[in-house]
Design a protein around this ligand. Sequence first.
Ligand SMILES: [Zn+2]
Length: 462
Amino acid sequence: MLAALALSLLATEAHAHAGCGGHEIGRRNLGLMNPRQAAPTNVASGAVSIDPAFECTDYYYEPASKLVPLYPPVWPENNVTGAQECADILPNDTEAMALFQPINATLNAKFPNDRPHGTLLGDFAGVQYNYTDPDCWWSWAKCDTPKADTGLQPDITTVPTPETWGLGFDDGPNCSHNALYDYLQENNQRATMFYIGSNVLDWPLQALRATTDGHQICVHTWSHKYMTALTNSQAFAELYYARKVIKDLLGVTPQCWRPPYGDVDNRIRYIASQLNLTTIVWSDDSQDWREGVPADNVTAADVTLNYQAVVDKVSNGTYINHGPVVLTHELTNFTMSEFISQYPSIKNAFKHVAPLCVAYNITHPYVETDIVCPSFSQYISGTINISSSTPMDSSSSSSSGTTSMSGSMTGSMTGSATSSGTSASATSKSDTKTGSATPAMKSSFGLGASLLGAMVAGLLLA
Ligand SMILES: [Zn+2]
């Protein structure tokens, strides 16, 4: 009875989470876009965008266009029927299937009773579950530490460095995120970006800006569904294709992920672990994603209070021996501008604000070991970029598929040449609150001839 009651409450909460999809901003209708000559982030020839509508106008980018047939649908629920769907292993993807099959075999032996819970949208009504929480199901009772006999690592919920704000943004890339990224640049601030695979394929140049700027990238699934509701192959595909598209477009293979809504259990943790993805949740939720969601009644003032509550814990000694990982988003203009407005007070209260690989002294955050994350001591001494360990020049080989993230960009991106600088935008398309937007920075992007040529050719990114 107790279990049923708790699940009923959870279902109500889950419905309220529907606004945290990320796709309200990043989605577009495939095949309906118009090509254009300049892209919002790699703006060519001085065509600097400070117009969010322009930033979120579809553009052609050949490397992404070529990938589309090799991936699940972008935002799979954006189908003709409107049915809620998620990624699954593509029928002819023998590489993915070969990787999945031994994982699946082990799963069935190792976690035989850990079955999918609820629906893709987090409706857990009617789910029968043992109140002792044998699956360490985060959505049930915030379990983040699987029992030792599972062989699974605890989830990351905090950072080990004292009085340090573990900084991350979920649900990107948001097509109009330039103002936020400009602000981070202006403040020499790096962060961990939890990117949704569908958004990366939708907005590849916005995604590239994160690595160009020296941020860390982690996986946030292909289409942002409740992972414990998925079958083994669906959960695998949501992680596998998101990780792969980041590699294919940004040249890096992340080794970390965050479950949407925190919805993870041992079965999902195991699949992630087999893809070398460390599970990261959070210790504090700004609730920024709930602002503007009609059923939630969370106001901007409420979110400000949530930020302030985390800040206040510095003075009461909570963070003497560690720091929080705070859930914040690049989901809407509100979530981005709210962070910008809160940042001075965060900086004032905390000794440090750092991306997670920095706070954990993870030197190699990606499979590509030539890309280095600065140690905590290096970071606080001024070496802040997650970037190539060796300077890359225009003749660098792309054979390793790596990308310099601190300046010029070469590597696996067909057609791009060098890029530096930033552009800015004021709002997301769904939000008119522009008060916190930062001024546009000068921009000096130079597009490679082949990319520009491809744009001129007018081919569509599908
Ligand atoms: Zn999310």
